[in-house]
Every structure is written in structure tokens, then in C-alpha cells.
Design a binder for this molecule. Structure first.
Ligand SMILES: [Mn+2]
Length: 436
């Protein structure tokens, strides 16, 4: 992959056109954009940057052809549209390549050359480091992108190098964040995992810590990463007894990644959650500034993060109180303008883990996005129907496309199709039920 990166560097260096960089709005995309733009800046290259939710055909059509176009953490699935552009295109991405690579596109993608799988931010980091060893300070952002896209489960050589470059402390423990803050606060705010009776209840937190035999020291609780092995194991047992997310023990144990950020020890998962939150609250510029070490952006980002958590809580409250369309094995929640399209997927995920829905229930949630509707489908529990297939059956005849996985999928439909979509969806869900 380094050979391809060198080609990209050469192409950027000789190009006479101004550079336009386009990146994805999730944590991996934002950290990719931060690494890449800092590297270009240090290289004295002029560029503009845009953060997008996705690549629609019309958007690609509107991109200027008198620019060199560079895509980060997306575009591997949009090659047929990019083929039509009368300009050079460079893609640094890790998603599946859906069409043939056109002549005007230089693709840097680990899937293309049997490279270990890495996130977009890791590819951008390799680009930056190949440009100059001085860019090694950007490795921390690549670690945040890694946990943002959940790449930390099986790490290969590239990540060993990145983790070392970032001076990361890796510690085995309970996957609860932020692991660097007093335990009582981390537990009270924990939505992933959601711990029944504990999340959102300080009284519940105190009972849990008492059961785990963890006491205050010098007036405050230790942070998770400071716990002894015995304390960690007691805490895990106490959480399991409360039926958290009905996840099994192995899912709740993993590596904590502690990095230095703004000269403080921080949990990479918490930084990832904060960046993700800002972007979803329509403040991508704030989290980009945060990633680049801007103090004012940091203050703003923390405010937006609190706002996001409150927004999520009220969205969950809305769902619990609103009228739903319920069938035997499914629930459809049409939130319209009551929940932001950018968090509807998160809301659907959280409720699919809640004990209110039995294993195998399909949850479909809809939220408006201007003249479109964002649809998110989730399967409660681990076994049941393939929700991507269910959505595909409904959406393809309406002219849409479905992305995702068998247990979590989504799509975009137009607002005019709202009623038709819901009717067709109910038909498909009811018919599927008869078959079962
Ligand atoms: Mn990514």
C-alpha cells in the first residue's frame, strides 16, 4: 500500500490544480480529515475541505472539475459516478470497492492488495508519515479513528506501529468509558454498555460500587484504568448481575487505549464518542478543530458533547412515549422531525439492546432529513431475520439503495414515499412472519 501512497504523494505534488478534500462525517472520517489536512498544511499545499454524510450522485456531479479531488474514508462505492468527472481523483479509503476503478482514479485501499484491514485514519496516517517523519505526532488521531470504526478487535502490524508512534498505553479491562475519569461519573453516564438501574442513576451507581466492594480513596473514586485486577473482576461481576445489554463477558472485556491529548491522559473511546457526537450535532468544524488541538474548539466540543447526550436522552424519552406501529415481531417508529436524522441510528441501536424488545424483534426508525427520510433498521438480540434483506425488499422497488449488515441496516427514501414505504414495509414484515 505504501507504493500507492507514494504515487498519491507524487500526483498531489505535480498537480497544478487547487486541491479539494472531501471526508466522511463519522469519527474515522473526521480524524482522517484532521491528519490529512495537517499533513498538507505542513507541506505548504493549499486546499479546501468539506465533511459530508455520504456521496450522492448529485453531489459528485456538482464537484468542480478544475480541482484535484481527494476523498477520505469514502468513495470506494461511488466509482461509476467519479468516472464521469473530467479531473483526477485520489481516494484513501477502506470500504468495499463496488465497481471497476476508472482511469482517472488513484485508489489507496487496503482491500485492493491484501493488506491488513485498517480504518481511513490509519491510511491517512501512513500517508502523512510517508510524507515526513515529523507527522508522527498525528498517530494519536489514527488511534482514535481505529476505535471509532471498531478496528481494535484484531490488530496487525500497521496498528502495532501506530499504537507505538502515538505512545499509547494499552491496558486490558472492562470496556466502559471514559476509563480515565472517576468511576462513579463514568458509570452514571454509560450508555454503551447501558447498565439497567445504574446508567442515569447515581443511587444505582453507589449500590453497584458497594456490591463490587470499591470504596472512595481521598474523597473520590479511582478511574477504571487504575483498578486492580481484583477490583476490575468484582466490578464486572456486579455489572453482569444487573443484566447489562445481555452481552456476554467476553464482549465486555477488551483493551483500553489511553492516549495523551491536550497534555492529559484520555481514553481514546471517549475522544471518539465526543468527535462523533459533535459531527452528528452539525458541528464538524468544531470537532475538526478539537482534533487539531485548538483550545477554543475544545471548549465548544465539550459543550456540544453534553448537548448531544441530553439530545439522546430526550430522543429515547420521545421513543418511549410516542405512538408506534407494532406487529408481532416488529416495531416501526416514525419520529419525523422529533429526532435528528444523524442520531436516529444510534437511538435504534440503543433501544434494540433494551430489555423491552425480545430477541428477534425488528426495529425500524424513521427521521426526516430535509426532503428525505433516513431509515434505520436494527435486530434485537443476536438471532432473527436479516434486516438488510427486509429493507432491500421494500426499498429497491421504490428506487433506493440499502447499506449495512444483516443486523443493522439503513437507507434514504424521499419524503413523498413515506406512507408507501411504511405500508410496503408492514406487508413484507407480516408476510415474513407467516413464512416463519
Ligand atoms: Mn472509516
Amino acid at each position: 500500500m505504501i507504493e500507492k501512497i507514494k504515487k498519491a504523494i507524487e500526483k498531489i505534488d505535480v498537480s497544478k490544480k487547487p486541491i479539494k478534500v472531501i471526508s466522511h462525517f463519522d469519527t474515522d472520517g473526521i480524524t482522517s480529515a484532521a491528519i490529512f489536512s495537517r499533513a498538507l498544511q505542513r507541506w505548504n499545499k493549499k486546499f479546501s475541505l468539506q465533511i459530508v454524510k455520504g456521496l450522492e450522485e448529485d453531489f459528485i456531479k456538482s464537484l468542480p472539475e478544475d480541482h484535484l479531488l481527494i476523498f477520505l474514508d469514502l468513495a470506494s462505492g461511488s466509482l461509476d459516478y467519479l468516472k464521469e468527472k473530467k479531473t483526477d481523483v485520489i481516494i484513501l479509503d477502506h470500504h468495499e470497492i463496488m465497481q471497476e476503478i476508472p482511469a482517472n482514479v488513484l485508489m489507496v485501499n487496503p482491500l485492493l492488495e491484501n493488506h491488513e484491514s485498517v480504518s481511513g485514519a490509519a491510511i491517512c496516517y501512513l500517508f502523512a508519515k510517508t510524507l515526513s517523519e515529523h507527522n508522527k505526532d498525528l498517530a494519536t488521531l489514527a488511534v482514535i479513528g481505529m476505535v471509532g470504526d471498531s478496528f481494535e478487535k484484531e490488530l496487525g502490524k500497521t496498528y502495532d506501529e501506530i499504537i507505538k508512534d502515538a505512545d499509547t498505553t494499552v491496558k486490558k479491562g472492562l470496556l466502559l468509558y471514559p476509563s480515565t475519569r472517576p468511576l462513579d461519573r463514568a458509570l452514571e453516564w454509560s450508555s454503551n454498555p447501558y447498565i439497567p438501574g445504574v446508567t442515569g442513576s447515581y443511587k444505582g451507581v453507589m449500590e453497584l460500587l458497594r456490591d463490587a466492594n470499591i470504596q472512595k480513596k481521598d474523597g473520590k473514586f479511582k478511574a477504571l484504568y487504575e483498578l486492580t485486577e481484583e477490583e476490575m473482576s468484582n466490578l464486572l461481576t456486579a455489572i453482569m448481575l444487573r443484566g447489562a445489554n445481555s452481552k456476554n463477558i467476553s464482549d465486555m472485556i477488551g483493551n483500553l487505549y489511553l492516549v495523551k491529548f491536550f497534555n492529559k491522559l484520555e481514553d481514546a473511546r471517549e475522544l471518539s464518542a465526543l468527535i462523533n457526537a459533535c459531527s452528528r450535532m452539525d458541528s464538524p468544524a468544531v470537532c475538526l478543530g478539537f482534533c487539531l488541538g485548538n483550545k477554543k474548539a475544545r471548549e465548544d466540543a465539550e459543550k456540544v458533547y453534553i448537548n448531544y447526550k441530553q439530545h439522546l436522552v430526550s430522543a429515547l424519552k420521545y421513543v418511549s412515549e410516542s405512538e408506534k406501529i407494532a406487529g408481532k415481531n416488529y416495531t416501526i417508529i416514525n419520529a419525523r422531525d422529533n429526532i435528528k436524522d444523524t442520531i436516529i441510528g444510534t437511538v435504534a441501536s440503543i433501544i434494540s439492546h433494551s430489555p423491552l424488545y425480545t430477541q428477534g424483534t425488528i426495529i425500524v426508525a424513521l427521521a426526516y432529513n430535509e426532503d428525505k427520510i433516513k431509515v434505520s433498521a436494527r435486530l434485537a438480540g443476536k438471532e432473527g431475520r436479516n434486516v438488510r434483506e427486509v429493507l432491500t425488499k421494500v426499498v429497491v422497488p421504490l428506487g433506493g439503495e440499502v447499506g449495512g449488515h444483516p443486523n443493522a441496516a439503513g437507507c434514504l427514501i424521499s419524503k413523498e414515499q413515506e406512507q408507501q414505504f411504511i405500508e410496503e414495509l408492514r406487508k413484507v414484515l407480516d408476510i415474513e412472519l407467516v413464512k416463519v
